[in-house]
Design a protein around this ligand. Structure first.
Ligand code: SF4
Length: 395
């Protein structure tokens, strides 16, 4: 049974109620269990458990060090295209936003990858909006093949596909697939996604399983915090991870916890997750899933990122740009607007302007260079690892 069907039978409302009504006694009971259930997870992210955050943090830290050592794996996103046929209210790339767009050529992609390799990265996440006209399956396969020649770890964050569409990407060398449900609240999902194939809630939800069937062995999921109630989102993610661990057991699962950042379109978050609540959720995920990777992006500011390193995080991006060509300026000669799938000239002033660049997906909050992030990791007594996690363990 795919997760979307299992999801329909989850008692989400009662789990959220349980979380909101938990007592400190229930928190202690959940902490004492050797096997943490979804009900325990709801308790660990409760307002009552916030008073035990120090205990949660210590446990999460100890479990992370036992399973992963004092190591933070680094990766960088490489944006291929900011073309998109979807309208997602919270995203700068939404099709109705009149932004400067571009799809990198293979030469551009090579330049960007070489820049990242030069900075030390050996894990690259190829990111793209969803637009079959500009970002075709063949184009994506060519990009993966190209990177696979020099980059040991290539993962993808692209529009969802059928299993048959994913297979050539795995054969070309992609090993990881990242797909966020954004919000697990179907009502809010419907309101946020007003046009395009992304409107299909269940289709998106089952993407990780289709990717696994195609051979991907790293699967990343998560919610975008700032849309629905954060406790409902975190409980849903935990249920999703449980399902993937059962049904995609050969894959390494990672959880990301992106919080909304400013972007074109100026969407205002609907809900707020505080820093303390984020820490609590990270600890609860670690306590429930000792072996799952926890990912932290440059959406969060440097000080908070550094503070989260010892608490359970295992993967971090660094020095990120969220626009195509962000590392080298590649593609700036091809900037344009896109209207109804047709390229139209960029506004006068941007054509030929050496400062003009493609629109970014969102503003980043940690603008430190990769070297500065690596130094901060070392100062905390951890090792930054640039290369592939598995090969790092066996070498
Ligand atoms: S979130 Fe993804 S699908 Fe939605 S507009 Fe942005 S790039 Fe497109």
């Amino acid at each position: 049974m795919p997760f979307s069907e299992h999801f329909d039978s989850l008692p989400l409302e009662s789990l959220v109620r349980r979380s909101n009504q938990s007592t400190s006694h229930a928190v202690q009971e959940s902490l004492s269990r050797s096997r943490v259930t979804l009900e325990d997870f709801a308790t660990l992210i409760s307002p009552a458990a916030a008073a035990s955050l120090e205990t949660l943090s210590r446990l999460s830290q100890r479990m992370t060090q036992q399973r992963f050592g004092k190591v933070i794996r680094l990766f960088a996103p490489l944006y291929l295209s900011n073309e998109c046929i979807n309208n997602c209210q919270y995203c700068g790339f939404s099709r109705d936003n009149a932004i400067l767009r571009v799809t990198l050529t293979l030469d551009d992609v090579r330049r960007e990858a070489e820049a990242l390799l030069g900075q030390g990265f050996r894990n690259i996440l190829l990111v793209s909006g969803e637009h079959p006209k500009f970002v075709s399956d063949d184009y994506l396969r060519s990009c993966v093949s190209l990177l696979h020649q020099t980059v040991p770890g290539v993962s993808l964050e692209i529009g969802p596909m059928e299993t048959t569409g994913y297979r050539p990407l795995v054969q070309a060398g992609a090993e990881g697939l990242v797909v966020y449900q954004e919000t697990y609240d179907p009502r809010i999902y419907g309101e946020m996604h007003t046009a395009g194939p992304k409107r299909n809630f269940a289709w998106r939800m089952d993407t990780a399983e289709r990717a696994y069937a195609a051979g991907f062995r790293r699967l990343g999921i998560g919610a975008l915090y700032g849309l629905g109630d954060w406790r409902l989102e975190a409980i849903s993610v935990a249920a999703h991870v449980q399902h993937l661990l059962r049904h995609c057991w050969k894959a390494q699962i990672t959880i990301s916890m992106p919080r909304l950042r400013p972007c074109a379109g100026e969407f205002e978050p609907l809900t707020h997750m505080t820093d303390r609540e984020m820490v609590q959720a990270i600890c609860a995920f670690r306590i429930m899933f000792p072996d799952v990777g926890l990912v932290l992006s440059t959406r969060e500011p440097a000080r908070l990122r550094d503070g989260l390193i010892p608490l359970g995080i295992t993967l971090m991006s660094a020095g990120s740009h969220t626009e195509p060509g962000g590392y080298t300026g590649a593609g700036r000669d091809k900037l344009h607007l896109t209207e109804h799938g047709r390229i139209v000239a960029a506004p006068s002033g941007s054509a030929g302007d050496p400062q003009a660049k493609a629109a970014e997906q969102f503003n980043i909050a940690d603008s430190r260079s990769p070297d500065e992030v690596a130094l901060a990791i070392r100062r905390l007594g951890y090792d930054p690892v640039w290369k592939d996690w598995d090969s790092a363990l066996v070498e």
